[in-house]
Design a protein around this ligand. Structure first.
Ligand code: PEP
Ligand code: MG
Length: 528
């Protein structure tokens, strides 16, 4: 059979090939129409979800997160709960397909548990919902040796963060894949294409498929297996410029998988933990126990290393069902919900290495309001032009600053950060705001981190170090390359280059200046 190329959009760079592992979506599963067959399917799905949870618990135990493993394992008992089975049976008898029956039954059981006034049982309600999502999504573990290419209609960021190690690449039929799923795929070095369309979903499990995350193609029955490009290089020792300036390289993560890969690659800790990505399906504000369950596996891996935990950054493309229609975002939204914020801060705690990051800070008052609720060091994210304008007062109020270049670039240039194509963070107008933040950090002697994608962009690294950035937090797959890029720099020279770039008229001129100064611009976003 000849090779067939399906065109989509590039979402995460790199090339991978393997056998199709088809993951179904609950919403578009109409079922067989036979209640008995649907009941069998639902029971099999719940059993399989139980097995997956058992395997996840074993992994957590191996990582030293025994307490977390115990919590996760309660899901196994629930999968076999007769009350759940009875509810599923009643739902299929009313004509529901297996996935919907599972979701409905789990929701009923969760509501019952949540209604009992006992914090332990209320936490179990979240576990039942999570079990339901897992079973209804039909996410089995692929069987047999990898590599596999995951094929699905769409995926959430948490699904990508939890992927089996044998998955080498991702191809999605939908065009509107959550942009944050792509951020995580890039972080893990997983090539990903989206928007491939319905023909993708007709491929049977086991079909040979390649994904080209640079061009945005999925290639069915490729003639020649393309060489896999999923670099997992390792950096050793601290990142220091040629003239002795130390820059800390940290990893961005949404869960333990990325932390594990990032630390193995030489990251010194976590510079951005996107906690909200674990709660995008939540039915209500997560409580303290739910936050603890999310945080413990990550903190267990980090020990006393830097753990920068960002409080929930809901809003925009990260809006869970219970917040649909709201306009507030980031820390402003949390300050409107002081109980929800306090619950998360209690779960985060203030152990050695832990620091708290506040998304979309508007002014010093935002930082001061949170200060009253925690003793952990507080970082303010500068992600808007307004915040950059007030950065002096914000720097005075915060313990450290972190530039969210993804949102900042979009705000300064008035572009959609998730539109396909190159986003010019190296535009002089954006650089002017970064320079301003750099000055404030220097004046107030604050650590200055960058945790947007610019931190691993070969065009931006010299400029960021030139503006005085002291920490770069990057996707796990970019740790080693970012480390190497810093070591090749001369901090004195890049400071001059950064000043010159501020005078440039556009992004192209900045690129010329970088090239003239001998900077290897590399393949932008490669493996980010
Ligand atoms: C950013 O905006 O640069 C950032 C790091 O936050 P997020 O991508 O999660 O919005
Ligand atoms: Mg942001």
């Amino acid at each position: 059979m000849g090779e067939r190329r399906l065109h989509g959009l590039a979402a995460a760079p790199g090339v991978a090939a393997g056998r199709v592992w088809r993951v179904g979506a609950a919403a578009d599963d109409a079922g067989s129409g036979d209640p008995q067959a649907e009941l069998m399917r639902a029971r099999a799905a719940l059993l399989r979800a139980g097995d997956e949870i058992t395997a996840l618990a074993a992994r957590l135990r191996a990582d030293g997160a025994a307490e977390q493993a115990d919590i996760v394992e309660t899901g196994v008992l629930m999968a076999a709960d007769p009350a759940l089975d009875a509810a599923v049976e009643a739902a299929v008898a009313r004509g529901l397909a297996a996935p919907q029956a599972i979701l409905e039954a789990c929701e009923q059981l969760a509501d019952m548990l949540a209604a009992i006034e006992d914090p332990v049982l209320a936490a179990r309600a979240d576990d039942v919902r999570s079990l339901g999502r897992r079973a209804a999504a039909g996410r089995a573990t692929p069987s047999g040796p990898g590599p596999f290419i995951l094929v699905a209609q769409d995926l959430g960021p948490a699904d990508v963060a939890e992927l089996d190690e044998r998955v080498a690449g991702i191809a999605l039929a939908a065009g509107g894949a959550s942009a944050h799923a792509a951020v995580i795929a890039r972080g893990l070095g997983l090539p990903m294409v989206v928007g491939v369309g319905a023909p993708l979903l007709e491929l049977a499990d086991g079909t040979s498929l390649a994904v080209d995350g640079d061009r945005g193609d999925a290639i069915v029955d490729p003639r020649v297996a393309p060489p896999a490009r999923r670099t997992r290089a390792t950096a050793t020792g601290p990142a220091v410029t040629r003239d002795g300036v130390r820059v800390r390289i940290l990893v961005n993560a949404a869960g333990a998988a990325e932390v594990r890969v990032g630390l193995a690659a030489g990251a010194e800790g976590v510079g951005l933990l996107r906690t909200e990505l674990a709660f995008l399906d939540a039915a209500a504000w997560p409580d303290e126990a739910a936050h603890r369950r999310m945080l413990e596996p990550v903190l267990a891996l980090l020990g006393n290393r830097t753990a920068t935990v960002r409080v929930l950054d809901f809003g925009g493309d990260k809006t869970p069902p219970f917040l649909r229609g709201i306009s507030a975002r980031g820390v402003a939204l949390l300050l409107d919900q002081p109980d929800a914020l306090a619950a998360q801060l209690r779960a985060i705690g203030a152990a050695e290495g832990v620091r708290v990051l506040l998304p979309l800070v508007r002014d010093a008052a935002d930082v001061e309001a949170v200060r009253a609720l925690t003793t952990a060091p507080l970082g303010a994210m500068i992600e808007t032009t307004d915040a950059a304008t007030r950065v002096d007062e914000i720097a005075a109020a915060a313990d450290f600053l972190s530039i969210g270049t993804n949102d900042l670039t979009a705000d300064v240039l008035g572009v959609d950060r998730f539109a396909p194509g190159d986003v010019a963070t190296h535009h002089p107008r954006v650089l002017a705001q970064i320079a301003r933040v750099g000055e404030a950090a220097r004046a107030h002697e604050r650590v200055l981190e960058v945790c947007g994608e610019a931190a691993s962009d070969p065009r931006m690294i010299p400029l960021l170090v030139g503006f005085g950035v002291t920490e770069l937090s990057v996707g796990a797959a970019r740790v080693a390359a970012t480390h190497a890029a810093v070591r090749a720099l001369d901090a004195g020279a890049v400071a001059q280059l950064a000043s010159a770039a501020l005078e440039a008229s556009d992004a192209a001129e900045v690129e010329r200046l970088l090239a003239e100064a001998g900077h290897e611009l590399g393949e932008v976003g490669d493996g980010a």
